[in-house]
Design a protein around this ligand. Structure first.
Ligand SMILES: CC(C)(COP(=O)(O)OP(=O)(O)OC[C@H]1O[C@@H](n2cnc3c(N)ncnc32)[C@H](O)[C@@H]1OP(=O)(O)O)[C@@H](O)C(=O)NCCC(=O)NCCS
Length: 202
């Protein structure tokens, strides 16, 4: 491996490397946003490996035949050292080379009522991080995909075209596609309808 091209499939990792990825995962996210580590392996786990082991990972799922790829989790072990930005370049180049057209992901909503000031700040910084890397905060409101434990955190949707010249996305189709193919919620569900109406998309 040379330069920044260090993103490998989890299937190629040793047990101890996989344990390092698990440790990054478990320390990066609050419990209510996580599922057991083994459950991640239904999707594609791409890991950044450096000379001293895994330094970050991205968990992605292609959304059917749409050409869109959903980013389920994205985290690094040591923050604020540029690793997240380098890994992003590798991830987006790789997906583009595979012919994917758009990356889409959730972020926690900094405007959620009643949120502590430190969490508001953290959620804002995360959005700024992604915006600096070309991400766009979509004009989608009241987006509450249900999580496995039944609780539905307030989230926002972001996206980024993976190649220049890709036609802009139909936001309604994107919302419906994510609900259905990421969360298993069909387009005629009241939850989806509510999001579309609140966002002026229905
Ligand atoms: C978000 C994350 C992947 C960024 O990776 P990173 O290597 O720290 O980022 P870089 O060093 O390339 O860039 C630094 C920027 O990342 C963001 N950032 C850094 N630490 C952060 C933190 N604790 N929380 C939120 N954003 C952070 C900020 O925008 C920061 O820029 P700033 O210092 O000017 O505010 C990393 O902080 C992380 O793993 N966080 C925990 C998991 C997570 O929140 N994942 C995203 C949601 S799926």
């Amino acid at each position: 491996m040379t330069g920044d091209r260090r993103l490998v499939s989890a299937a190629t990792l040793s047990d101890s490397e996989l344990a390092s990825v698990r440790a990054i995962y478990e320390s990066a996210f609050p419990e209510e946003l996580t599922v057991p580590f083994a459950d991640l392996l239904v999707d594609r786990l791409l890991v950044r490996v450096e000379h001293d082991g895994p330094s970050g990972f991205a968990l992605v799922r292609d959304l059917g035949t749409t050409g869109w790829t959903f980013l389920r989790y994205y985290a690094v072990g040591r923050r604020g050292r540029g690793i997240g930005s380098l890994m992003w370049a590798d991830l987006t180049e790789r997906l583009a080379a595979e012919g994917r057209t758009r990356l889409v992901w959730d972020v926690e909503d900094p405007d959620e009522p009643g949120l502590d000031a430190d969490l508001v700040e953290e959620h804002r910084r995360r959005i700024v991080f992604y915006e600096r890397l070309g991400g766009r905060l979509l004009p989608v409101r009241d987006y509450f995909p249900p999580h496995d434990d039944g609780h539905a955190p307030a989230l926002r949707l972001m996206d980024r075209a993976l190649r220049p010249g890709v036609p802009d996305v139909d936001v309604r189709a994107l919302v419906e596609g994510v609900y259905e193919r990421r969360y298993g919620v069909p387009p005629d569900s009241p939850v989806v309808r509510h999001t579309l109406v609140a966002s002026g998309l229905a």
